[in-house]
Ligand binder design. Structure first.
Ligand code: SF4
Ligand code: SF4
Length: 364
């Protein structure tokens, strides 16, 4: 016999975040039928709607299917009671970022606009402190050279260290998430190893082929593709820039192939992000409700790309404001890269883990 212990506070929080009235769901199962990503065995999202309606927090937060959903909105479009299951799953993912964040205050810090000043102040103070310790906390004279303001050794060393620390601590929450996936699923034995499963998932992620199955919002594949590969390209260019700084080949000329690739990545990111913002603002049928986390992620990635383009221009044009813009750019880097496990960007980790788990237990 199973004893249910509904968590009413959790249910109310989910209703507030999703805008859904969970008790109006009549468990018809239409949402599971219309979802092209839902498997035949243990389909979703109907069972997640049961968990949500009953306030079964542990079950819902550790359901891998919450992340197998790719937010196309088909289910919401066909729901006869207008409960919007796609919004409920999206809200559940939001609560997962907060629940599994380690240290836990990081999850809260990036969940509400009221905390934004603190989220901005934290990197601002730390970056200023590092530059102060490097002994260069003043605007340098002469032609713009960012390494005179923030020496490359200090920049690369401190940002790498803080990123590794942030991800290592966040990894504690991720490990707990993996443990809960198994626990709530009946602690099934893994039929495939983690690595073998991950290897299979990697192909799906690289091809983004799950988006093909969505009936509505097909353009989401293109926008995700552009942002995903634009960001990877940007990372590669950044790694090369670090190498160039170490080998004293920095700054790069305008015609350097890596500089051109950097510009290409900016175009891809601007286009992909523009499509995402348009899709959200246009409120097309089946579009999933947008939340603060959605806008924070899109906004910080957009500002990172824009400020990157501006500081390059500022360097070539020798603008007086270049160093202030550079500082702003570094805060944007912090928001996108160091905060990654706690923002919506963290979906690349949770989704990958859930897809890997599904394959490891041979879930079709
Ligand atoms: S969410 Fe809507 S479609 Fe899904 S089971 Fe409930 S009422 Fe039916
Ligand atoms: S939003 Fe799309 S992928 Fe997610 S459960 Fe609904 S139909 Fe399935």
């Amino acid at each position: 016999m199973i004893t249910l212990q509904p968590d009413i506070a959790f249910k109310k929080e989910l209703e507030k975040l999703s805008g859904a009235s969970l008790s109006t769901c009549m468990q018809c199962g239409t949402c599971s039928v219309v979802c092209n990503l839902s498997p035949d065995e243990q389909p979703f999202p109907r069972k997640e709607m049961v968990y949500a309606g009953w306030g079964m927090k542990d079950k819902l937060l550790a359901s891998p299917d919450v992340w197998l959903c790719h937010q196309c909105g088909d289910c919401s479009l066909h729901c006869p009671r207008a409960v919007n299951p796609a919004d409920v799953l999206a809200a559940t993912r939001e609560l997962i970022y907060t629940s599994y964040a380690r240290p836990s205050f990081m999850g809260k810090l990036l969940s509400k606009p009221g905390w934004l000043p603190v989220a901005i102040l934290l990197p601002t103070v730390i970056i200023a402190l590092i530059i102060y310790l490097a002994g260069t906390l003043s605007i340098p004279e002469g032609p713009v050279n960012y390494s005179h303001f923030f020496p490359h050794g200090w920049l690369n060393g401190s940002f790498t260290l803080i990123t590794v620390l942030s991800y290592a601590i966040a990894g504690i929450g991720m490990a707990r998430f993996w443990k809960d996936l198994r626990l709530q699923d009946g602690a099934k034995g893994m039929e495939k190893s983690f690595l073998a499963s991950f290897w299979k998932v990697k192909n799906e992620i690289l091809a983004h082929n799950r988006f093909n199955k969505c009936e509505r919002n097909r353009s989401r594949k293109v926008s995700h593709f552009l942002v995903f590969y634009g960001f990877i390209l940007l990372l590669l260019v950044t790694l090369y820039a670090i190498y160039a700084a170490i080998t004293e080949k920095y700054p790069l000329s305008l015609t350097n192939p890596f500089k051109l690739l950097g510009n290409l990545s900016s175009i891809m990111l601007f286009t992909g992000l523009g499509m995402m913002v348009y899709n959200r603002l246009a409120k097309k049928e089946g579009t999933v409700r947008s939340t603060y986390r959605d806008w924070l992620f899109l906004g910080s990635l957009f500002l990172l790309t824009l400020s990157g383009v501006i500081i390059e221009t500022a360097r070539f044009m020798d603008w007086q404001w270049a160093y202030y813009l550079y500082f702003f750019h570094l805060v944007c880097v912090w928001f996108v890269v160091i905060y990654l496990p706690y923002t919506k960007f963290g979906h690349i980790i949770y989704r990958t883990m859930s897809m890997t788990y599904a394959i490891s237990v041979n879930r079709k």
